[in-house]
Design a protein around this ligand. Structure first.
Ligand SMILES: *Cc1c(COP(=O)(O)O)cnc(C)c1O
Length: 487
């Protein structure tokens, strides 16, 4: 089992060092003469004194306390925790990329500009959009940029009565948040019994005060919106625009394009679908793409090509402006570029196929022991419900998620989407082999059996981790990031 203690501060031995350097024998300016007197320390900093091997072990141990994708299966629904090929990491670390300075002029940044220009072109082709900006730093940031583009479009036509944005009841929380942040009143649209947006509800909600609708397809139930063409027709016919949340793009890569489904504005989560390690907060990248009529509103600068040179085009009077310092999270862009080129069109399509196959395989193995409220062929993920275990044995989805950790798996996304009680949203991704899927299915089935026979052991799980049940809100909002000596 992994160990937490001791920390290096507690094993410190006065006088022990982890390095040896020859005595300083060159002229130097003492710190006392460089810094104002009042800024000088009165007492030495209390730093741990340790040998090199103790320091290495301390940090290596710390690095192993977390769960990582490189360590095991991570079926966190909606987050697409697929394996990120190490080759893309190498590419992002090429000195020419990693050491490029964002204030370098265009003339000495042609390689980086070419990469961004070509990546934007490839993403436009993959999504069926007319143009793409790589600036937004994450999916939610792309959403905000996209909704600002929708607003700018309506306003440019003198249409300022549209104050509402439609969001389905299955939507990710960032959708209503982005709409609200961009100044829209959020109107929820119900789903029907098959897990699609309810067309009647949509028709009713779609008035001339509505700027558009935010959708992800497949939706957060992992189900393809079967009526997307009709939905697009309803929204467009009343002057609204369709926004595509690309977080579920892994399911449809190379199969169907949001542009062809009728979407006007999209974002992608490069860190999800296009292979950048994520979780724990970034960095990410959420490029935003638009249909032809919306091109003038893209954030500036747009990277353009003039006479075989790549340039930053800032002369775009209708642009929503700049939304991120410099040009986005460049290293994530390098990874996405390397990923797309190494996969090729067929490889991307195969990734989508296998993501969907893996999800359907797992769903079919688990649906006998857990409720599957929307029992349809799913796309890249599916949502189980722990309601049976909850109602019959008092074992909640949270308990079962905790128990998975004892089996060596990262828990799935839980209690989302909100339309499913005791939800467990499972996304296996295409990078997992059948053996891993089977091991996960066996663990889930063992937990279901344990919930039947010995509910208390599930309710007190996990039993093998360093910490058991944290106050998850406090852990996220008030994390303890510093060691302090006992008083
Ligand atoms: C992850 C996700 C987002 C937000 O993306 P971030 O990059 O985390 O900001 C939006 N919608 C859905 C459906 C997601 O899964």
């Amino acid at each position: 089992m992994k160990r937490l203690e001791p920390v290096i501060f507690e094993t410190s031995v006065p006088g022990r060092t982890g390095y040896s350097l020859p005595a300083l024998d060159v002229p130097h300016v003492p710190a006392e003469s460089l810094l104002p007197k009042e800024m000088l320390r009165k007492t030495a900093a209390s730093l741990p004194e340790a040998s090199e091997v103790d320091v290495v072990r301390h940090f290596t141990r710390l690095s192993q306390l977390n769960f990582a994708l490189d360590e095991g299966f991570y079926p966190l629904g909606s987050c697409t925790m697929k394996y990120n090929p190490k080759m893309n990491e190498d590419a992002a670390r090429f000195p020419g990329f990693a050491q490029a300075h964002p204030l370098q002029g265009e003339e000495v940044s042609q390689g980086a500009l070419q990469l961004m220009y070509e990546l934007a072109e490839m993403l436009a082709e993959i999504t069926g959009m007319a143009g793409v900006s790589l600036q937004p730093a994450a999916g939610a940031h792309g959403e905000l940029a996209g909704i600002m583009i929708i607003r700018a479009y309506h306003h440019s036509r003198g249409d300022s009565k549209r104050t509402k944005m439609l969001v389905p009841d299955t939507a990710h929380g960032t959708n209503p948040a982005s709409s609200a942040l961009a100044g829209y009143q959020v109107v929820e649209v119900k789903s029907d019994a098959r897990g699609n947006v309810d067309l009647e509800a949509l028709k009713e909600a779609m008035t001339d005060e509505v700027a558009g609708i935010m959708l992800t397809n497949p939706n957060t139930l992992g189900l393809f919106e079967e009526n997307i063409a009709e939905m697009a027709e309803i929204v467009h016919s009343r002057g609204g625009l369709l926004y595509y949340d690309g977080a579920n793009f892994n399911a449809i890569l190379g199969k169907v394009r949001p542009g062809d489904m009728g979407f006007d504005v999209i974002h992608l989560n490069l860190h999800k679908s296009f292979s950048t390690p994520h979780g724990g907060g970034g960095p990410g990248s959420g490029p935003v793409g638009v249909a032809k009529d919306l091109l003038p509103f893209l954030p500036v600068p747009v990277i353009s090509k003039r006479n075989d040179r790549y340039v930053f085009d800032c002369d775009r009077p209708l642009s929503i402006g700049k939304i991120r310092s410099f040009y986005g999270n460049f290293a994530v862009l390098v990874r996405a570029y390397a990923y797309i080129l190494s996969m090729g069109a067929d490889g991307l399509r195969e990734a989508a196929h296998n993501a969907v196959l893996n999800a359907n395989y797992l769903a079919s193995r688990l649906k006998g022991s857990f409720l599957l409220p929307y029992d349809r062929t799913c796309k890249h993920e599916f949502v189980l419900s722990g309601k049976k275990q909850h109602d019959e044995k008092g074992v909640s989805t949270l308990d079962m998620a905790k128990a998975l950790m004892d089996h060596g798996f990262h828990p799935p996304t839980i209690y989302f989407p909100l339309v499913v009680e005791e939800a467990m949203m499972i996304e296996p991704t295409e990078t997992e082999g059948k053996e891993t899927l089977d091991a996960f299915a066996e663990a889930m089935l063992a937990i279901a059996k344990e919930a039947e026979e010995n509910p208390d052991s599930v309710k007190t799980a996990p039993h093998s981790t360093i910490v058991a049940r944290l106050d998850e809100t406090a852990a996220a909002r008030k994390p303890v990031l510093r060691w302090r000596p006992a008083e």
